[in-house]
Design a protein around this ligand. Structure first.
Ligand code: NDP
Length: 398
């Protein structure tokens, strides 16, 4: 018997609501709350059977969140609103005794700055309150950390080189669209690249380093080195790692659009005056771009996200290892009405909540996913629509 509140009724929130509703033995009561209640109601109607009830909240306000939590008394909140709301939701959780899970680290609105320090600072408060906070439980971050923990538990004594590889080989038929919230997505891609090497962070220009990598069932795709938040926790939790990097594929057409958007100032996140009004160009751009939630219907192709790891196995011998999931946009759409990027984020968020609610990931404090036992989570990935595959002793290409 467990009650969850999902906050955020976007692409990811839609998938989380569907997947929680599919697992009634764990999620006996589901509330979907967001800024715009009508979006929650539309999702709840689609799921049907009265499985999901709805509410509204401005998650920038701790006061409103506290009222929401007092009204519903949930065991856990699944935060799939935007990264700006992480801290207000964590504050309200502490005030009301609610456990917490999210899929993206806190970001201040006025600076695209990705680090866990703000949320890790809540560790003692959550410990003292006896509450569990699970950070970064989407696919990447999320499954990427669970895959790494699984590799460490079962195969490696020392993981030395970790490359997280994220390919979207899908086609949505639009000239330019982002697969999740455009504001968050463009902030992430246009910042400097960064990777970890021998105890130091090395900074690169935005998308400066790239090379073709071969993805299963897809083939070679140009892959670009980005900074991604899970690198920070993974190198901390696995000190044997000498080098950790993150790669994501982009097509030429996408990059050309992105360059123009930046060149003409539309990727700016500071306020500008427009006819006496203050607007943030990137937020305005979001209003005119295709809505990521509407991409699913004609989306073909698949995503392939995984970890390529090199190091010493349990006997001290050299080992290369690749673990990945491929997810079809069309299959994700048929099941939930959303494309594979929302699907691959929402399914792990539901599984993370399931892990906590069934007592498998119950550990007071603030934790990244790799700090928990990966095995029950891996088992659920196979059952809940994200089956994974492994390859050993292969050329990792990285
Ligand atoms: P969307 O923009 O589609 O949805 C965000 C939702 O949050 C919207 O319903 C929005 O409401 C709601 N929201 C925004 N601000 C507030 C607020 N102040 N109070 C209440 N609700 C609010 O985003 P996505 O679904 O694509 O992404 C959701 C999250 O998932 C993001 O944090 C993103 O970074 C993360 N993500 C993580 C990934 C991973 O693998 N770890 C991959 C992809 C995404 P409204 O409809 O009114 O605007």
């Amino acid at each position: 018997m467990a009650k969850v509140i999902i906050i955020g009724a976007g692409g990811v929130g839609t998938v989380v609501a569907h997947k929680c509703a599919q697992n009634p033995e764990v999620f006996t009561e589901i509330v979907l709350a967001s800024r715009t209640r009508s979006k929650c109601e539309a999702i709840a109607r689609k799921i049907g059977n009265g499985r999901v009830t709805t509410d509204s909240v401005d998650a920038d306000s701790v006061e409103q969140l506290v009222e929401l939590f007092r009204r519903h008394k949930p065991d856990m909140v699944i935060n799939v609103a935007l990264p700006y709301q992480d801290l207000t939701i964590m504050d309200a959780c502490l005030e009301c005794g609610v456990n917490y899970l999210d899929t993206a680290n806190y970001e201040p609105r006025d600076e695209a700055h990705f680090e866990y320090s703000w949320q890790w600072a809540y560790k003692e408060k959550f410990e003292k309150a006896g509450l569990t906070a699970i950070l970064g439980c989407g696919f990447d971050p999320g499954v990427s950390g669970v895959f790494t923990a699984y590799a460490a538990k079962h195969y490696f004594s020392d993981m030395e080189y970790l490359d997280i590889v994220d390919c979207n080989a899908g086609d949505h038929g639009k000239a330019f669209a982002t697969n999740f919230n455009p504001e968050i997505n463009i902030r992430e891609i246009t910042q400097n690249g960064r990777y970890y090497q021998d105890g130091e962070w090395v900074t690169t220009g935005p998308l400066e380093f790239h090379k073709p990598l071969t993805y299963p069932n897809i083939g070679p795709r140009e892959s670009y080195l980005l900074y991604h938040e899970e690198l920070e926790s993974l190198v901390k939790n696995y000190p044997s790692i000498k080098r950790a990097r993150f790669w994501m594929t982009f097509g030429q057409e996408y990059l050309t659009h992105l360059r123009v958007i930046q060149d003409i100032g539309m990727a700016r996140i500071d306020e500008v005056d427009y006819n006496g009004m203050k607007i943030v160009p990137l937020q305005f751009l979001k209003a005119v771009l295709p809505n990521p939630q509407d991409l699913g219907e004609n989306y073909t192709g698949e995503t392939s996200i995984g970890c390529r790891i090199e190091g010493l196995d349990k006997k001290g011998e050299h080992l290369t290892y690749y673990i990945y999931n491929n997810c079809s946009h069309h299959a994700a759409y048929l099941e939930t009405g959303m494309q594979a990027v929302s699907y691959t984020t929402g399914v792990p968020a539901m599984i993370g909540a399931m892990m906590f609610l069934t007592g498998k990931w119950n550990k007071p404090g603030v934790h990244n996913v790799e700090e928990f036992d990966p095995d029950p989570f891996m088992e659920q990935l196979n059952k809940q629509g994200l089956p994974w595959h492994e390859e050993f002793n292969l050329d990792l290409e990285v």
